[in-house]
Structures are given as C-alpha cells and as structure tokens.
Write a protein that binds this ligand. Sequence first.
Ligand code: NDP
Length: 416
Amino acid sequence: KRNVLIIGAGGVAQVVAHKCAQNNAVLGDIHIASRTLAKCHAIIDSVHAKGSMQTKGVLQAHALDALDVEATKFLIRATHSQIVINVGSPFVNMSVLQACIDTGAAYMDTAIHEDPLKVCETPPWYANYEWKRREACKAAGVTAILGIGFDPGVVNAYARYAIDHHFDQVDSIDIIDINAGSHGRYFATNFDPETNFREFTSTVWSWENNAWKANQMFEHRKDWDMPVTGVSTTYLTGHDELHSMSQHLGVPNIRFWMGFGEHYINVFNVLKNLGLLSEQPVRTARGQEVVPLEVVKAVLPDPASLAPAYTGKTCIGDLVKGTKDGQPAEVLIYNVCDHEASYHEVGSQAISYTAGVPPVAAALLIAEGVWDVGGMVNVEELDPAPLIAQMNRMGLVTRIRHAAGDNVLDPVCPVA
Ligand code: NDP
C-alpha cells in the first residue's frame, strides 16, 4: 500500500478522493490537504455519504499551504504518503514537485505550472518550469507524471495509442473538447475561473508544420460532427498538451479545439475588453490594489456548485489523420461522459470527473509498478494501453470511430 496525499480540495479533488476511496484496498491511506480545511472535510463527508470507501481505512483532512515546500514535505512524511496527486491550482506545481523530489514520493498533476503574474509564456511551456527538474527527478528516482487529467492527460495517451496501433504515419492530431452540457446559470466556468480565463486571454499557440504558430482567440472556427453531441462548434485554443506532444510525438500538426457557445463568447469578450480578465493589479480610487481577474473569480459561481443541476454530456477526443498501408486513414478516439451520472456517483460534474479519474488510474498503475518509471514523463511517453484499460474499469470508457459517419462506436479494450 502506497498511501496517497491529495493536494487541493476543489472539484477535481472531490473526484480524486472518491476514486481513491473506491480503490483504497490497493492505495491505502488517503489524505486530503488544502488551504481551506473545511473544503477537505466537505469532500470526506461526501465520500462517506456515497459509501465510496472500498474497505475500512484512513481518510483524513489537513490544512496546508502547498507553496510552503517544508510544510508539504512534513505532511508527506507524517502521512507516509508515497503518491502525491496534485490537483491544487497550477501555481503550486513547482513547490509540490520539489517536496516530492526531496521526500521520494511519486508526483502527479493535471496542468502546467503557472506564475500568477505571467500569461502566455514562450512555448513549450513545460520547458519554463517542470522540465527544469527532470534531472533532479532522475537522480532521486522519483516518478513524476505531468499533466495526467483528461486534457492534458488522456488525450496525450490517445495520441500515442493511435500512432502505435492505427497508423504508419500521422500527419495531424486535432484534439476536440466539447461540453454539450447545461448548468442553467447565466455565466460560469467549469473549473477555476482564473485558470480557465488565463487559457484564452492571450496568444493562442498551435503546432503547425512542425513550428509554433501564434493565433488570436476565436480567430479560427471549425464545426465537427462528434459522436453523441452531434455537430459542435469549436474554436482554435491554446492548451497545455500541445507543449509536450509537439516535442515528443514527431507529428507535424497538433491543434486544440474547444467548444464555445455564442453566449459564452459574448460575455467573455465584454469581460476581456473591459480589462476585467487582466492578471495585472489595478489601484481603485480608495487606494486598494486589486487583481481584476481575482475579482471576477470571486463573483462567479464556484464551479463545484454547478454539479447538482448540470445535465448533458461531454465528448472529448483526438481526431488523428495519416496513412496506413499506403492509404489515407483517420480515427477518432474519444470518451463521452454524462454530467448527471458523474454527480450521482461522486457528487461532481463531468469536467471534474474526466479530469479526476485519470490521476487515480495512474496512481493504481504506479502502485502496481506498471507506470512507476522513476523519472519525469509526460503521458504520451508512457504505454497508453494500461491506462485505457484501467479507466475502462473505473467508469471512464474509451471508444473509437474508424471513419467519419461510421456509427460503430467500439470501446477500445487494449490488452494491458
Ligand atoms: P478548484 O479551484 O476548484 O480547486 C483548487 C484547489 O486548490 C482549491 O481547493 C484551493 O484551495 C487549492 N489551493 C490553491 N492554492 C493552494 C495552496 N497554496 N495550498 C493549498 N491548496 C491550494 O480547481 P479544480 O478542482 O477545478 O482544478 C484543479 C486543477 O485541475 C487545476 O490545476 C486545473 O487547471 C486542473 N484541471 C485539469 C483538467 C484536465 O483535464 N487536465 C480539467 C480541469 C481542471 P482553496 O479553495 O482553499 O483556495
């Protein structure tokens, strides 16, 4: 048993806690640490209310400022945790990673580290932060799996799977993220508004013809015919996974498309054009310094509060094109997740569900030694088959569509 320390107590952490509890016979003690202790307790109450604990065991809450490396190291040691799942805000990645390197615990996160005062740094973003600790991880024999949510995360594994099993040569990967759900609120983001808006407020990077291309948000629109969600409108968006996949896969074109409705775009544009999405502090007439983006975050609904009323489905996947046996070939590897079913099982909406299941699947693979690689990796560097098989067992099922219009939606059942 490895014992798991979960950092953060937001929507994704809620799913991670439930899924760890459902597998605690393998994972051992589960600890949840965040800035606000009450949020950790609320998650623990929800785990008990749903009866998620597989066997009787330890499930404990801790107050922690994860920017404090020494305090994080102390907690890792005190709880005898050998696996740390960091689902706090992306600002804490580097301090949690350092605590893992110093204590020998395996590390996972679901987003690239960010500096609160910088947006849109030079690509590839991983090179500005996490990859600088690659040698340190190797020297310490510490397994660090970067970006193991859904996107980044599972979509990286899908790309690897398509390359290994369906093509001789891949020309393009289009990652398509559709949320066809409805939360019934005037305006809300599906995860932390600060992190969410920072993805869209500046240059949008895509990987085209083996080079970075700078685009504007909402500059490129494309409609896709997706399984279950049907024809869905998306816009070219920058996203974390491009920053590692572009460096590891040898694929000349990798793009990320996110679905947006007209209403979201209108509200977003108003907020942005007024300067309310800026991460740079401004001074009010009363002399107070405020960060506009933090104010917007404070007035928007807490993403976790959307879950009870959320209906509809998400469909996220990789449309991969290339050649096989000299012929043009195309596959869409994807998952469909239902907001209501997610809420029923773990008390969260599907965006948190799809992000929270993969790190727990990875924790199980680390515990079994399958993914305990003793170094720093991005998901596309690992064998995707065990991850897909594990997620199928955990309720996040991977499917494949072999050609557009083909309605045979086979589950992918790799031999692990
Ligand atoms: P939330 O904002 O709901 O939760 C973040 C949590 O981190 C909060 O509990 C917060 O505590 C805690 N936190 C922030 N700073 C600190 C700190 N210094 N010390 C301790 N705890 C801290 O976010 P989500 O749960 O929606 O998302 C979590 C992560 O998952 C984010 O990095 C996000 O980018 C990523 N994500 C990844 C996805 C993927 O598919 N790859 C999809 C969705 C999200 P408090 O509330 O007390 O401030």
